[in-house]
Design a protein around this ligand. Structure first.
Ligand code: NAP
Length: 597
């Protein structure tokens, strides 16, 4: 057991380093697909769930295993489908109109059919097997090879995300790896009953499939959060099932530690992610809920949970305390997220992604399943890296995001924003046509408002019209524009904008002084010059798109209201700046019509 644990720890650490190496090579363009890809891969918790659901350990284990199978298969099917939907949209100019499909993603929907066929085969295999011992040994050996191959395919899949060109192919390999791991697990010698496995896989595939195929790209952040909560619930339930099963015969300290970590991380990630999804979907109030002594209370709660686990490691049979831990961890996840504003949720989601990976890895340690340790470690690294990248691009620390109740600043600053600090010039679409008559180059700066207005198609049509007039159009993408890493890239790709027209902040900033117009569509904080000039601004130090250096600036938004950071934008008082007030989609339509006529 100790050697197994030692090997598991080595695997966990090495997979983490490998994950770091592979994930740092994923360009910001593909950060949103990366989030849903790791999410799909973390659905590997399915394989542990399959064993528990099919092993007839006890009635309780079967029920918990069944729920875990349903949750995990929802993540696998939904995650791979939505990742492929996103990746299909990333094309270069010359690739438009070409169809180089690697496979039909809808084939994944045939997954339940394949599984049913497979189960029939398995049934036949078992019934015809004369020597049970031999067939069991054969299954275990086959399983090992299946898992090794799957792990290689997952890593190759993530490596594919280092370029849009190979990303789909990579994800196809990862999906294939997942199918292999699942198929291999169905040979597991402990599985004796396939009824609940079949039902769980069918429900999960239908729910995940419809989510993966239907969810709009603007809802990707909340889908990702929901999916983390399902994965974490699966890990937590399997932990409970394992505790109940082993407590009867006696738990050693290693098993108790791993089960404890699995249920604690799984439970807090479950409620935390559910809260995050609710806030992003607008089902729960988005503003931070704070009270006096909040951080002290939360830290005390976490300490109590850890202390109780330590006690349980020495006295593992105190089952009431085990369930107290589960309850407290659920409460902690909820309390951890309520002081965080809806706009900070993407950082929290990335962090919860990393916790979900840890819960998965702990499940791997509990079941001594090495592929789960590998994927858990990869998922953990990816989430952690993304949250750090987001914090760095926002010029904030992770501590400030988690404990700073940032949304509160918004309210305080709105008052300040109301005090106009100069003259604001507003303009109509018709007046703008005159300006567009003489321009040679335009840089479009999309932001969160474009996502809210769903104006990406309007942006694309306007850009095409300008291009037909010989105007050079470029897009400037700030790493934290919108509310998800790579958010703008996905939306613009959805509107058929070739990714080679999108420039990162470092690439585009030198072009602004030459640009005749910087057309800002629903972006605010990422263009605020206060980040460069005003030391007292909360944005000071955050790298921005230097829109203020363009020859003229047109801003499309509904009012002078501040953006996410709650800070007034000096740009709007710049004499070169003209405000086209209104919903971005409507304004673009009006501008397009005016330019056409
Ligand atoms: P922003 O600063 O939040 O500003 C968005 C602007 O869009 C608002 O000022 C709003 O102004 C406007 N808007 C909203 N609905 C609109 C509509 N229907 N039509 C036109 N305009 C509309 O957005 P950003 O410039 O993209 O900056 C992103 C912010 O989010 C940064 O502060 C970043 O740090 C933060 N953030 C990003 C991430 C990430 O991963 N991308 C994660 C966490 C936090 P009106 O109300 O006046 O229309």
């Amino acid at each position: 057991m100790t050697t197994e644990l030692e090997i598991g720890l080595y695997i966990f650490i090495l997979a983490g380093f490998l994950g770091y190496h592979v994930i740092t090579r994923v360009p910001p363009l593909l950060h949103t697909p990366l989030m849903s890809a790791t999410n799909a891969i973390s659905g590997i918790s399915l394989i542990g769930s399959l064993v528990v659901a099919g092993a007839n350990y006890s009635q309780l284990s079967t029920v918990l295993g069944f729920i875990a199978v349903t949750c995990s298969s929802t993540n696998v099917v939904g995650g791979f489908l939505i990742t492929d939907r996103m990746l299909k949209m990333f094309k270069k100019r010359e690739e438009f109109g070409t169809q180089h499909r690697l496979f039909n993603p809808k084939l994944l929907l045939a997954f339940p059919v394949v599984v049913v066929l497979f189960l029939v085969l398995m049934h036949w295999f078992r019934r015809s097997g004369t020597d049970t011992h031999m067939s069991g040994a054969l299954s275990v050996t086959a399983l090992r090879y299946f898992y090794i191959l799957s792990a290689v395919l997952f890593i190759l899949g993530l490596k594919g995300l280092s370029s849009p060109k190979y990303a789909r192919r990579g994800m196809f390999l990862a999906a294939f790896g997942m199918v292999m791991a699942i198929a291999g697990t169905l040979f597991h010698p402990e599985i004796v009953n396939y009824r609940w496995i079949t039902i769980g896989l069918t429900i999960g595939s239908v729910v995940g499939g419809s989510m993966g195929l239907r969810i709009p790209m603007t809802a990707v952040p909340q889908r990702t959060a929901l999916s983390h909560s399902l994965g974490a619930l699966a890990a937590s339930l399997i932990g409970i099932s394992e505790y109940v099963r082993h407590a009867a015969v006696g738990l050693d300290s290693v098993k108790m530690t791993t089960i404890g970590l699995e249920v604690i991380i799984g439970s807090l990630t479950f409620t935390g992610s559910l809260m995050a999804a609710g806030k992003l979907q607008g089902l729960l109030p988005g503003s931070p809920i704070t009270y006096r002594g909040q951080n002290v209370f939360n830290i005390t709660l976490l300490t109590t949970v850890v202390a109780t686990l330590i006690y349980l490691i020495f006295v593992p049979s105190t089952s009431t305390l085990f369930f107290v831990i589960v309850g407290l961890a659920l409460l902690f996840g909820f309390l951890l997220v309520i002081p965080i504003g809806a706009a900070d949720m993407p950082v929290v989601i990335a962090l919860l992604n990393s916790y979900g990976g840890l819960a998965d890895a702990s499940m791997g340690f509990v079941l001594m399943n090495k592929i789960q340790i590998i994927t858990g470690s990869l998922d953990g690294t990816s989430g952690f890296l993304l949250s750090l990248l987001m914090c760095r691009a926002m010029n904030r620390s992770a501590m400030n995001v988690l404990f700073g109740a940032f949304g509160k600043v918004e309210k305080e600053q709105v008052g300040a924003a109301a005090e106009a600090r100069g003259t604001v010039r507003s303009i109509t679409p018709e007046e703008l046509t005159v300006l567009f008559d003489s321009v040679r180059s335009v840089i479009i700066v999309p932001g969160y408002g474009m996502a809210v207005a769903q104006a990406q198609q309007g942006v694309s049509e306007l850009a095409k019209l300008l291009s037909t007039r010989g105007i050079d159009v470029k897009y400037a993408i700030h790493p934290v524009a919108g509310r998800m890493p790579g958010h703008m890239n996905v939306l613009l790709a959805e509107a058929n904008i070739p990714y080679d027209q999108l420039y990162t902040m470092e690439q585009i900033n030198p072009y602004f002084p030459e640009a005749d117009i910087a057309l800002v569509v629903g972006a605010n904080d990422v263009t605020n010059p206060a980040a460069k000039n005003n030391k007292s601004s909360p944005l000071y130090g955050m790298p921005i798109l230097e829109v203020d250096r363009a020859k003229s600036i047109i801003v499309l938004k509904r009012s002078l209201r501040p953006g996410f950071a709650g800070v007034d934008n000096e740009l709007y008082y710049d004499p070169k700046c003209m405000m086209l007030f209104g919903d971005a989609k409507e304004s673009l339509n009006l501008l397009f019509a005016a330019l056409k006529s």
